[in-house]
Write a protein that binds this ligand. Sequence first.
Ligand code: IMP
Length: 434
Amino acid sequence: MVVVGNQWGDEGKGKVVDWLTEQAQGVVRFQGGHNAGHTLVINGHKTALQLIPSGIMRPGVACFIGNGVVVDPEHLMLEIGRLEAAGVEVRGRLRISESCPLVLPSHVALDLARESSRESRGLGKIGTTGKGIGPAYEDKVARRALRLQDLKHPQRLRDKLRETLDLHNFMLRAYLHAAEVEFEPTLQRLLELAETVVPLLADVGHLIHLGHGRGDRLLFEGAQGTLLDIDHGTYPFVTSSNCVAGNAAAGSGVGPGYLHYVLGITKAYTTRVGSGPFPSELPIDEPGSVGHHLHTVGQERGTVTGRPRRCGWLDAAALKRANIINATTGQCITKLDVLDGLAEIRVCVGYTLDGRDVDILPLDGDDIARCVPRYESLPGWSASTAGLTRWAQLPLAARSYLERIAELSGTPIAMVSTGPDREHTIVLQHPFEG
Ligand code: IMP
């Protein structure tokens, strides 16, 4: 099964993956890097994961980082250390593809310097997480990336690093007027990190294949969201990988036949961090306004960067696009309880673009920026839905809202999340039984 974000990320995938993992034997990350941030609340204790699959919080579940993920070995060791300090067993259960491209300190320097340069040239920041993810993917596509397998070969590592850093430093110095990254300390640190990282390397595609053959239930865990996808998102305000369900196969080393079910995670409203068009956006600063309600009640702040998230009504025309790209089998609607107490709930059902009606998110970011949303109004509910576990317990208006989302976006609702804890979940159709 694949779990993907249906909007701009932060839909609550981590909690859902964690919940589903109770019935899984393995969890696979297939794209992105430590730009992702998954917050899990287990027994009231908050844990943030960035690179390591959410399955790590379930004892006995195997965790895989596939070839489509870019890995910062420094961050990887930090995250492993944090989990181990909290008593979580990691190294016996985590296997990482040796084909993963590395994120180097110079990628971080390039990411940050580029953002400043865009700003000073009046282009506006992308609003990246500043983790070096974009530059690392650029090197992969340019066929000059260092990969984790290079950590096994010190001389090869030295040669490739020299070549790559020469180029990075040229760009940093001559084009971006930023500080260079020193070769020797970078190399020495990578050699040190290699001692702990190399034992975790494996042929992940083959391991997944073997697990599949044994009848294991495997869960492919997407990071970011469909509208941040490098090809299908609101380009150029996107991340640098394919976040859509189809990439679960290419990013982990198996074919699409291993994927079966696609669960799209849809927040009951919309949020976005960073820049870029967002047709159904509401102002969040005015106390008493709906935007302020979503921002404060939903605690909408970035997990990785701590930035306030932009908030708005649910956009069903954007969801329709996401459900097509992902061939979503079912949706899980998250954070429904955040809407409790609103008198009216609006859903964006399409846009007016240059005088024409459009009912699906356009492909050109400039067009999206000119889209004026068309809304449908639904009644809200005053009762609390927080923590509910059965469909029949939901207020009638909440059920009507969910049914309308399914209708407008073209995909049935499989699950509803009513709070951050594992137990706060309503199941209509269990994805592993779908
Ligand atoms: P990058 O992935 O750091 O290059 O950032 C590119 C865009 O993707 C920015 O708008 C980020 O805010 C956004 N982004 C990256 N990772 C996440 C995530 O996990 N959740 C939400 N937005 C993200």
